[in-house]
Ligand binder design. Sequence first.
Ligand code: HEM
Length: 134
Amino acid sequence: MSETAAPGEQAREMTVFEFVGGEPFFAELVERFYAGVMGDELLAPMYQEQDLEGAKGRLRGFLVQFWGGPDDYSQERGHPRLRMRHFPFAIGVAERDRWMHHMRSAVLAADTVDQVKDLMLGYFENSATAMQNQ
Ligand code: HEM
């Protein structure tokens, strides 16, 4: 994923964020993901229904930043420290697998190339395992 440099410009790698078309990609991904999560009897009770929009915004902001977009997430929330932020939730293998199931469906339904989907799925598999705390 590299761009050709215009004369006088330095070549630079395109970020995944740019490649997928920016913010809307992540907003849609997070919408699909949460639609699955809120219909999941194991996961739904972990979330505050009255702050669902807030939760969507935090996940979207984090992913935008992680994949090379603007760093609004850290401006608002500080260092992600995701493992620490998940300590209040009991996340065992079952929770991890349900979470990953919904994220996998959301990624596979995205409008982008398989290479990007594979990259994201690999990242989510690892980070979901890292979030397990039981
Ligand atoms: C493994 C299973 C996981 C479960 C059950 C889980 C559950 C939750 C819950 C209940 C929240 C609180 C919602 C809120 O923000 O109000 C949360 C927050 C969050 N989760 Fe997860 N999560 C999991 C994995 C992950 C992974 C793999 C990532 C990122 C790759 C992630 C990213 C986030 C972010 C960015 C927040 C908001 C943190 C903040 O407060 O700024 N989660 N998660």
